[in-house]
Design a protein. Structure first.
Length: 402
């Protein structure tokens, strides 16, 4: 098959890798508008479930991802006027640049043609191919050009956010809430190398305008945020890398395919960063689409049946996470309502923002705030992480140690 992926993000590159592994005869081209090594954003988080999937589908790139990733082993919650509290949990993070470098290299090694600085300028003129995968991100031009057919809906979140990086290396995943004269503002931060962390600042629109952030250019805005969050940054700067404040856009589409064009990743659905899963879902879309076409596509009818299988499988898998993402982003939109809770109850409300926990989780949370309980919990979770890494076919040691 001739396959063109428009967009060389995690979805497009990973799909190209898997489709080529499934059938080396496929002629696959990835068109990416940015130059090689250039992308937006900083580090992204993920968990064991994605690693398990990656090892099942392509152990080679999975091992490289694990080796490049950084591990963290609890959440820290800081809020003005409250003692620091902790939440159990562990995860991994990796720079988006590095992830794309690994996937791009792997794709090229397998014989995929990855063309950088190759923007699809006119969505009405798609390249000739048996299958065109529209993996051109949340702002997908291909989707927007056929918006009536795809039934695209866009809901805009209330809060303002900005995706920043900093050379300050946070010890672990940290939420920091600051009370200012204009209201609450907070960050979600985590290390993604031993030299840098992701730092996402978020606040209600009133706080944003009240602090004058709406009137500052990105560089002055970063300087202002650095002052506001000075207690957390150890004097280190914040870097906006050319991106400004945004409102999250929740994008959904009623249909994901049209003729030989199919949507994948953020082009089909976006997932709020409050649950840190958009990259995972984009890569899992790639797995499902590669599986759906693996048996070969004889004609147009077989193609549309395969695309339907892909869409059905992914919609079922996405539904619970999308509910979780909505609940989670809604919690952050209501954050000031929780601000007067005592520290431990506040951090529990934050951890249970999807509202799904059974009562024992509250008891566990309360009993693991002291040093002994917290240490026990971290050991238990480390053992679980190690055990899970051991079951994977490759990269076991690095997964356990990261
Ligand atoms: C603040 C923030 C934090 C996040 N944190 C996390 C996290 O911790 N964990 C996580 O799993 N997810 C996270 N995400 C979500 C994640 O970034 C996305 O879900 C993921 O990047 C989607 O992958 P994709 O390949 O579908 O799209 P993208 O990564 O957006 O890739 C699309 C690609 O298409 C290219 N492109 C666009 N138009 C064209 C064109 N016309 N021609 C050629 N190329 C084109 C773009 O340059 C881009 O490289 C976060 C998102 C945000 C906003």
């Amino acid at each position: 098959m001739r396959i063109t992926c428009v967009g060389g993000g995690p979805a497009g590159l990973y799909f190209a890798v898997l489709a080529k592994l499934a059938d080396p005869r496929h002629r696959i081209t990835v068109l990416e508008r940015d130059p090689a090594g250039v992308t937006y954003g900083w580090g992204v988080v993920f968990w064991d479930d994605l690693l398990d999937d990656l090892f099942r589908h392509d152990p080679v790139s999975a091992a490289r991802i694990v080796d490049a990733a950084c591990g963290w082993d609890e959440y820290e919650v800081r809020a003005t006027g409250k003692p620091v509290t902790h939440l159990g949990g562990y995860g991994f993070s990796l720079g988006r640049h590095r992830l794309l470098e690994i996937l791009g290299e792997r794709a090229r090694q397998l014989g995929v043609e990855v063309r950088y600085e190759a923007e699809l300028a006119d969505p009405a003129a798609l390249p000739p191919a048996d299958l065109v995968v529209a993996c051109d991100g949340a702002g997908s031009r291909i989707r927007d050009f056929r918006a009536r057919h795809f039934g695209t809906r866009i809901e805009t979140g209330r809060n303002k956010y900005i995706w920043l990086g900093t050379p300050h290396v946070f010890r672990t995943f940290t939420f920091g809430f600051e009370r200012t004269e204009a209201g609450w503002i907070w960050f979600h931060a985590y290390p993604f190398t031993d030299r840098a962390s992701t730092f996402i600042a978020e606040c209600p629109p009133e706080t944003w305008t009240g602090l004058g952030l709406d009137r500052l250019d990105p560089a002055d805005g970063c300087a202002r945020l650095r002052e506001i969050f000075s207690a957390h940054l150890d004097g280190r700067p914040l870097d906006h890398a050319g991106r400004g404040w945004r409102n999250f856009r929740r994008i959904t589409a009623e249909r994901w395919d049209h003729g030989n064009v199919v949507l994948m990743g953020d082009a089909a659905h976006t997932t709020h960063f409050a649950i840190g899963s958009g990259t995972k879902l984009a890569m899992q879309d790639a797995m499902a689409l590669a599986d759906a076409i693996a048996g070969g596509i004889a004609d147009g009818t077989a193609l549309s049946a395969a695309l339907e299988r892909y869409e059905h499988r992914r919609r079922v898998a996405l539904a619970p996470l999308q509910r979780a993402a909505r609940a989670s982003s809604a919690w952050f939109e209501r954050m000031p309502e929780y601000a007067d809770l005592p520290a431990r109850r506040f951090s529990y409300a934050l951890s249970n923002r999807r509202g799904e926990y059974p009562a024992w989780r509250y008891l566990l949370h309360m009993s693991t705030q002291g040093t002994a309980g917290r240490t026990m919990l971290r050991w238990t979770l480390s053992a679980r992480r190690w055990h899970r890494a051991r079951r994977r076919p490759a990269g076991r040691l690095s997964a356990a140690l990261s």
